[in-house]
Ligand binder design. Structure first.
Ligand SMILES: *Cc1c(COP(=O)(O)O)cnc(C)c1O
Length: 360
């Protein structure tokens, strides 16, 4: 069966060559005589896979030795709790920027462990923009500042790294990790659910400055302790073994395609094709403000809910699927992660022009 162009926000497309490679060794990996899915996580053969994937992620993301890489379960949502539990310290509090649904969820979760401050909320403006640095009145005594670098649902992104002085910077990068080079040394902690741009669902990648470990609250569940995960090299219990293996294949693909700077050029190419059309059209409207636009999730509307629904339906009939916006945001959303071929976006833009001619 022919594959469609899948604009899903997540789980989302994986590179076809990655799926084919996984299929080719699905029933027997290397000389092991068994599927990766069937291996003990403590076996030598799996230990080698695991070590290679972790090293590969360190290379691709240029993670300095000051930072540890952890593979944890519970997706990004578990990190909404793990971050305060591990980083607040006794009696500590934290600052949050509320730029969408997930950052608000993270803030609400932190309320269970402290009295976090919302230093910015875009809610009244429909989460259409990201604050400027001058709008962020951060508290110098906060244990960390949390922000979501790419807002998957509303299609906005921080186009700068917030300056936080000596306060550790925490970022939820779920929907943009691996799409551009990142100066990891600027961050106390980065986390990402893998199902958007890294691997099939089933875990979160956490990149944490080792200097921040050791102040977890005593109530921190063992399964959420960064220090304990680091000590056990993410093998405190059975890790999502197959997801980690798949991440390794995706990282190989990223390397073959120019690494993170290659991914960055591709995301600029893909997103500008759609934004150029939106900016020149009197029919479509981009949702996000211009200097807050995401290159991963492009949100737009026709202005008529009926036409939006017709758009989504007719696009799907042409093999352009999952363009319906999130139920909270409405309209359309094209999620164009690393694995979306440029041809998929060319096809989408052609369809958008045709739809405008027929309905504008
Ligand atoms: C998808 C997403 C989440 C939630 O991820 P889960 O792995 O489902 O918990 C959190 N933050 C952002 C930015 C996301 O895109």
């Amino acid at each position: 069966m022919e594959r469609v162009y899948n604009f899903s926000a997540g789980p989302s497309m994986l590179p076809l060559s990655v799926l084919e490679k996984a299929a080719s060794e699905l029933t027997a990996y290397g000389g092991s005589g068994m599927s990766v899915m069937e291996m003990s996580h403590r076996s030598k053969v799996y230990g080698e896979i695991f070590a290679r994937v972790k090293q590969s992620l360190r290379e691709v993301m240029n993670v300095p030795e000051t930072h540890e890489i952890l593979f944890m379960q519970g997706g990004a949502t578990a990190q909404f709790a793990a971050v305060p539990l591990n980083l607040l310290g006794e009696g500590g509090t934290a600052d949050y920027a509320l730029t969408g649904v997930f950052s608000t969820n993270a803030y609400n979760e932190a309320k269970k462990y402290c009295s976090p401050r919302a230093v910015f909320s875009g809610e009244a403006e429909g989460f259409r923009r990201i604050p400027d640095q001058s709008e962020l009145q951060l508290s110098p005594s906060a244990s960390y500042f949390h922000h979501c670098s790419n807002n998957t649902i509303y299609g906005t992104a921080w186009n700068y790294i917030p300056e936080t002085g000596s306060v550790p910077l925490v970022a939820d990068m779920s929907s943009e990790i691996l799409s551009r080079p990142v100066d990891i040394s600027k961050y106390g902690l980065i986390y990402a659910g893998v199902q958007k741009n890294m691997a099939p669902a089933g875990m979160a990648v956490v990149i944490v400055d080792k200097a921040l470990l050791g102040r977890e609250l005593p109530i921190t569940p063992t399964i959420m302790s960064y220090a304990k995960f680091m000590k056990a090299d993410s093998m405190l219990n059975t890790p999502p073994t197959y997801t980690i293996y798949m991440l390794g294949l995706v990282l190989d693909w990223v390397k073959e395609n120019g690494g993170l700077s290659g991914m960055d050029s591709l995301r600029r190419e893909r997103s500008s094709m759609i934004y150029d059309l939106l900016d020149s059209s009197g029919f479509y409207k981009a949702v996000a403000e211009k200097n807050s636009r995401s290159m991963m999730n492009v949100t737009f509307r026709t202005g008529s809910e009926e036409l939006d629904a017709k758009f989504v339906k007719e696009a799907a009939a042409e093999g352009l699927v999952n363009l319906k916006g999130h139920r909270l945001a409405g309209g359309m959303r094209a999620s164009i992660y690393n694995a979306m071929p440029v041809e998929g976006v060319i096809k989408l833009v052609e369809f958008m022009k045709k739809f405008e001619r027929e309905n504008g």
